[in-house]
Design a protein around this ligand. Structure first.
Ligand code: PLP
Length: 387
């Protein structure tokens, strides 16, 4: 029997409809370079343009506001690093001018906080705003953190570990009134909740293909029309001069298809996933009682994400002893040392609770039978470990 896959926030399998589009484009006439002006180039260009339109439609953007990247990490680096550095001209000016200020939250993915750390090492000012016990950023804290030279605010749309959804619209009211650029990392939200860049009021939005049933190594960045940024990768003028390198036509075709499938499925898939997620949570609570504690927000949360702690157990031991389940833990144990999840720490989660955390994330192919089985397997292991 194959292990039950409950790790959809780590990555998703490629949807067969997506892999068909990719395979067809690999073996057909779409091998041309989209920059070439002959038949083969034009065919490839059509594929790229069509995919761009599909992605734009799925987040209510214009096609020319989308650039393709190598994934979520590159999209966020483009939005954060390139934008923060876009004002700097000349080494001396860089040394002596007052550098821009960036605000991020304490639960960002490394794709955001690592560029922020790098900017800090160059002398940029960074403020990290905290979150509450459910993983929510307080827009009031952001308001307080704003300085005269705040150039960009980057707050993730939803968190990859606990699934908490952030008040992006409230934050954008602030950024718009203060003329500050706003990036949101929506790698985990794309395809799981409705996204409308105009309602959200963001200037940049990160998309990662492999979180929405497209392959790894393809992503997109929404850049609001008129927003100034500079290329992160330098070379020929692909992607409106913002992302040099011949487009990955085949994966771009796959990402376009994946975003349309996700958008069309959303209304049906959301209640199905919430029901399965609640079946899992209730099942664990019925078996193990008060030892089962939710990490994350009870309602403002991704429909597929259940991060629970089983108090008295260590999450990694449960997974080690339950190979029939493929999931993630909150904290991990390396060479005898416990490495606590930075996200759970930022949420002031007690250490015992953080040690017991399991990240169980559901997706398109999760069935109710699998959830029933998973409850049984996890509870059996937990009881053994507690005995
Ligand atoms: C919230 C978030 N942002 C960014 C990324 C990075 O995306 P990619 O793996 O495509 O670089 C991930 C992937 O885990 C993520 O969960």
């Amino acid at each position: 029997m194959k292990p039950i896959y409950l790790d959809y926030n780590a990555t998703t399998p490629v949807d067969p409809r997506v892999s068909k589009i990719i395979c067809d484009s690999l073996t057909g006439e779409e091998f041309g370079n989209p920059s070439s002006t002959h038949h083969y180039g034009k065919t490839a260009r059509q594929i790229v343009d069509h995919a761009r339109e599909k992605i734009a439609k799925s987040i209510n953007a214009e096609a020319d506001e989308i650039i393709f990247t190598g994934g979520g990490t590159e999209s966020s680096n483009q939005a954060i690093l390139a934008t923060m550095m876009s004002d700097l001209t000349g080494f001396l000016k860089r040394l002596f001018s007052r550098k821009g200020h960036l605000i991020i939250s304490a639960i960002e993915h490394p794709a955001t906080y690592k560029p922020a750390q790098f900017l800090s090492s160059l002398g940029f000012e960074i403020t990290t705003v905290g979150v509450d016990r459910q993983g929510l950023v307080d827009p009031g804290e952001i308001q307080k953190a704003i300085r005269k030279n705040t150039k960009l605010i980057s707050i993730m749309h939803s968190n990859n570990e606990v699934g908490t959804l952030q008040p992006i619209e409230k934050i954008s009211e602030i950024t718009r009134s203060r003329n500050i650029l706003f990036h949101t990392d929506a790698a985990q939200s794309t395809g799981k909740v409705p996204l409308d860049v105009n309602k959200l009021g963001v200037d940049f939005l990160t998309i990662a293909g492999h979180k929405l049933y497209a392959p790894k190594g393809i992503g997109a960045l929404y850049i609001r029309k008129g927003v100034k940024t500079v290329p992160y990768l330098h070379g020929a003028g692909h992607e409106s001069g913002l992302r040099a390198g011949t487009e990955n036509v085949h994966y771009i075709a796959g990402l376009g298809e994946a975003s349309i499938i996700a958008t069309e499925n959303l209304a049906k898939e959301t209640p199905r996933l919430i029901a399965l997620r609640e079946q899992l949570f209730e099942g664990l609570k019925n078996e193990l009682g008060d030892r089962v504690v939710l990490n994350g927000h009870p309602t403002l949360r991704l429909p597929n994400t259940l991060n629970v702690s089983i108090i008295g157990c260590k999450g990694w031991e449960i997974l080690e002893k339950t190979p029939e389940i493929a999931a993630s833990t909150g904290s991990a144990c390396h060479e005898g040392k416990v490495l606590h999840s930075a996200v759970l720490c930022a949420m002031s989660t007690p250490l015992k609770q953080s040690e017991g955390a399991l990240r169980l994330t559901l997706g398109r192919y999760t069935s109710s039978e699998e959830i029933t089985k998973a409850i049984d397997l996890i509870c059996k292991t937990a009881r053994k470990l507690m005995a």
